[in-house]
Write a protein that binds this ligand. Structure first.
Ligand SMILES: [Zn+2]
Length: 122
């Protein structure tokens, strides 16, 4: 089994509802998103999936979030834009665009700071 990882960063603002603490106020993060895919069989090129292609798909999945106020757009107008919920949302968004015959998404990790992250996998 091969595992590939790419990392992309996006910037966005949010605030947490039903939370008592600093994060209930509007603030921003540079979110670091780690994307891991797995597959067993390499193509003729010796690659599972081209890093360039994978990064493009991740960029596309994050484009809607980048430089936005997360609380304003679905599903974060209803659910809290926590690192946990972002990881699950990005997993679902990206999973739709991966070539499932080649590789599958294994996990998404979202870092909201250098020392705090959440991982989602199915
Ligand atoms: Zn925050």
């Amino acid at each position: 089994m091969f595992t590939l990882k790419v990392i992309k960063v996006f910037s966005a603002a949010h605030n947490l509802r039903e939370y008592k603490g600093k994060c209930e106020k509007l603030h921003g993060h540079n979110w670091k998103v780690e994307v891991e895919v797995q597959g067993k069989k390499l193509g003729r090129s010796g690659m599972l999936i081209d890093f360039h292609d994978l990064k493009k798909k991740v960029e596309d999945a994050l484009a809607k979030l980048d430089h936005g106020y997360l609380n304003e757009s679905a599903p974060f107008d209803k659910i809290n834009p926590t690192s946990e919920n972002l990881a699950k949302y990005i997993f679902a968004s990206l999973n739709r665009h991966l070539p499932s015959a080649v590789c599958r998404l294994s996990k998404i990790t979202v870092w909201e700071s250098d020392t705090a992250c959440a991982t989602y996998k199915e």
